[in-house]
Design a protein around this ligand. Sequence first.
Ligand code: SAM
Length: 330
Amino acid sequence: MKLVDGYGRTIDYLRISITDHCNLKCYYCTPFSGRSHLERSEILTYEEMLNVARAAAAIGITKIRVTGGEPLVRKGVVEFCRMLSRIEGLKSLALTTNGIYLEEMAEPLFKAGIRRINISLDTLRPDRFEKITGYNWLPRVLTGIKRAEQVGMYPIKINTVVMRGINDDEIADLARLTQDKPYHVRFIELMPTDSSAYGDYETLFVPVEEFMEKIHRIDRVQIEPALDSYGPARLCKLPGAVGKVGFIAPISWHFCSSCNRLRLTADGKIKTCLFSREEIDIKTALRTGATQNEIINIFGQAVANKPSGHHLNAKDHQPDCQRAMRAIGG
Ligand code: SAM
């Protein structure tokens, strides 16, 4: 079955944010005013999330990504992934993490069905890692990445948000992680958010062309114009490299026309666009005994209302999108 929105886009991808908690305080992600957490009772139970996932799969969602906050801080995440992996019709189950708990959790997650994993890593320098995230845990992330590889996760995508004067001089070093390893290192444009970075956004923002140019300078590397089949990244390979380098530019290139995703927030809302304030409540239905068909109808309504695109650009940034970002968990 195919789920098609009002603009002819096939919607087959659902991100589930399982928690609003995180164990890092990334400069560009943590809200300027500090993090306030949802009441526990506001957060969907795993069973409620599974109900949504089953309804989604029944009408055409084939890929689910588990995210947060930081998904690995929520107790029971491994069992939740195992239950997700058993849903009929799902072809791909992925997870996005900061990697802090990956050393100990990679194997159980793999056994529970997680194959594809995205790991955030903005720097290879311990002092910078601490400056960006608030914690001196770079070695944990690096060990976590290795462990994910050892247990057989593939592909391992490393997400790097590029910030001027903070880590933009590490683009080549991070790209070289792909030389001997089958990793995909993806450089991402900074999005304007209501984090501590917001006041400096114009200074920190590096347009994708600039980081592509830095990669191109490494041996005249050619960058493929085509979209990667699993996301909005343009790709290239360093000479002789095993892995790939990708570029994601939510600001410079809007990929809305090929957007295939929906998000379920930890507190039970469906979001049809990362940058939209629109959300559709599904928690009330879940908690008042809705049938699977009723859940499917809510889903269908969300898809029908998916906007054609967002209007975010670097010059006209709005801090509100961080709220959306947090709510949906990346
Ligand atoms: N905790 C997990 C992690 O660290 O990957 C999942 C949630 S995190 C919000 C998802 C992704 O969003 C991370 O790769 C993070 O770097 C990215 N992100 C957060 N704030 C961002 C911003 N202002 N601009 C660009 N990417 C951002």
